[in-house]
Design a protein. Structure first.
Length: 575
């Protein structure tokens, strides 16, 4: 709170300042670190004063779910979020959005007063201290769906599942660590390691990869119940923001059940934009997690994008943002493009790129790509400040202001600057083309997309295979030169497409109930069942990740891997 001074000016020039406690300037403070009972977490928060000058505290919905154990319920109102925390029924908390639309804060001021929490901002960190809680009893039992753990507490207390490590094969056990901000004497149980300290209790065990922990909380007395289930999760729909809906459901194919997460985007919503996310504004080379990319670009939501070469840390597919080609497609693979009106184009995309010189026209085989092959490759400033040799013998042609500056042979790992006002042409096993580029020669780039419909689309991401086109399943992995067996491999998947109502849909899945993720053929059927009339497969496997409002919503945050590019949703709230 800031106090404003009132001034009285008298005719003799004397000025008297009168401090007024009734004149208050509204003030907001915010940060992205939370300290709960002495432990730091990357969670967004905000404090502000309401119209009655009362201090309010908000924490991001994902942070409350992951770090306090708060359950988020269904809602069609983005400004009211039903929650449950040590209570039988869901009750709403008011929602407040960050100014950049990245986070959705839930107003926990009533909880702070009810549960006697101490809250204090310190710079970028909000410190929260909760009263000590004790574990009064603990028991383990069997239910028709599997094991159940029940903790009886003397008061509600924060809890979290803080480590969930997926193995490469989903059918093998994975580690589960449950942290409760409470202490108590727990009797040893088979296959459960219990570590108690003065301020927390940690239980560690292993569960099969097809089992998921499901929490519920009760009051009178306060109890935390953890069920280990192998059946399909219940559906959930949360209108996270105007035009942005998160949905969880299960798709059934015969006897197979596939839990999926969807983000349904209304491109007609004012203030909502969807864009590709490259690794940074200055380079296409590098790796980062999907949450890191979202936060770097200040996106509210994100999903992993196209394929990439993990060793070279470079894209292996088309990226076009706001009309600017950043990276070219490879192997005529599936791509999806869109504009801000919601128009969607899908197809197997290629670029016809040429460089025209006074002595002839030379084709370009790759553009800002981690896909290395013989021929002439193009590298622009979007690639980064310099190019590093990829093969044992290459010749680099430097072009500045549409004029050849010179040629130089380089070896693998040797670097050459990329001119900000030009580009590099790299000849690999293509010395016959060098005579077309003497120093001083004028050059001109020509780029045309095929199919031609992509030329008018400003935003494009390429991955593949193409799954659905005009309402029909069109999967053909061999046609897009994917390796044999890819279509039969069961793995986590992600995709992007659209529905006939004009919405754009992101969708991810990890495991089927009782087994591993879908094959490509099953994946094509799943997105078709979800009502997508056009859809393209995105990078999958360990790259599969769906991010919303500061957290991953389809997998545990510690299990995510680094990717080269992604897709982001930006939302600007109305003031």
């Amino acid at each position: 709170m800031l106090a404003r001074s009132a001034y009285l000016v008298f005719g003799n020039g004397l000025t008297v300042a009168i401090a007024s406690a009734n004149i208050v300037l509204a003030q907001e403070i915010q940060g992205d670190r939370l300290n709960v009972n002495g432990r730091d977490y990357p969670v967004a928060w905000q404090q502000w004063r309401d119209a009655q000058n009362q201090l309010r505290t908000g924490i991001s919905d994902g942070g409350l779910a992951q770090r306090f154990g708060v359950l988020l319920g269904d809602t069609t109102d983005p400004f009211q979020q039903p929650v449950a925390w040590f209570q039988r029924q869901f009750s709403p908390l008011a929602v407040r959005f960050s100014a950049n639309g990245m986070y959705r804060y839930l107003d926990i001021t009533p909880w702070i007063e009810q549960h006697q929490w101490r809250v204090q901002p310190q710079g970028n960190t909000l410190q929260i201290s909760t009263p000590p809680a004790r574990i009064l009893s603990w028991r383990q039992g069997r239910q028709p769906w599997g094991d159940r753990w029940v903790f009886e507490l003397d008061r509600p207390t924060p809890w979290q599942i803080n480590r969930l490590t997926f193995s490469r094969t989903a059918l093998t056990p994975r580690d589960l660590s449950l942290t409760i901000e409470a202490t108590g004497q727990l009797a040893p149980l088979p296959k459960v390691k219990i570590t108690a300290t003065p301020d927390r209790t940690v239980l560690e065990t292993q569960i099969p990869g097809t089992v998921r922990p499901v929490a519920s909380m009760l009051l009178n007395p306060p109890r935390l119940v953890i069920d280990f289930r192998s059946d399909a999760p219940p559906p959930r729909t949360i209108q996270w923001a105007p035009g942005l809906r998160w949905q969880q459901q299960t798709v059934i194919l015969g006897t197979r059940q596939f839990p999926v997460d969807l983000l349904i985007i209304n491109p007609q919503q004012p203030g909502l934009r969807l864009r590709p996310l490259e690794i940074s504004p200055t380079t296409l080379v590098g790796l980062a997690t999907v949450p890191e990319l979202a936060q770097r670009w200040q996106a509210a939501a994100a999903i992993n994008g196209g394929f990439f070469n993990r060793d070279r840390q470079a894209p292996l597919g088309a990226i076009r943002r706001e009309g600017n080609w950043l990276s070219g497609p490879i192997l005529n693979r599936g791509a999806i493009g869109w504009d801000d009106r919601g128009q969607i184009v899908v197809g197997r995309l290629s670029l016809q790129q040429r460089v025209r010189t006074p002595t002839g026209t030379v084709p370009i085989v790759t553009f800002n790509s981690g896909y290395v092959q013989a021929g002439l490759a193009l590298y622009t400033p979007s690639w980064g400040g310099s190019y590093q040799g990829k093969t044992g013998s290459e010749v680099v042609i430097t072009v500045r202001n549409e004029q050849v500056v010179g040629q130089q042979p380089i070896n693998k790992d040797q670097t050459v600057p990329i001119p900000s006002e030009g580009f590099l042409l790299v000849a690999r096993n293509f010395n016959s083309a060098l005579a077309n580029f003497p120093p001083g020669a004028a050059v001109q780039l020509e780029t045309t997309a095929v199919p031609a419909a992509f030329n008018r689309i400003p935003n494009i991401v390429g991955a593949g295979p193409l799954l659905v086109e005009q309402g029909r399943v069109v999967l053909n992995a061999a046609l897009e030169q994917f390796g044999a067996g890819l279509d039969a491999q069961a793995a986590p998947r992600s995709a992007m497409g659209n529905r006939s109502d004009g919405s754009i849909v992101w969708v991810t899945t990890h495991n089927r109930i009782g087994g591993m993720g879908p094959t490509l053929a099953e994946w094509a059927q799943i997105v078709h069942r979800l009502g997508l009339i056009n859809a393209v497969n995105l990078d999958g496997g360990s790259s599969t990740a769906l991010y919303l409002g500061g957290v991953l919503v389809d997998r545990h945050g510690v299990t995510t891997t680094r990717v080269n590019n992604a897709l982001g949703v930006f939302w600007q709230p109305t003031p």
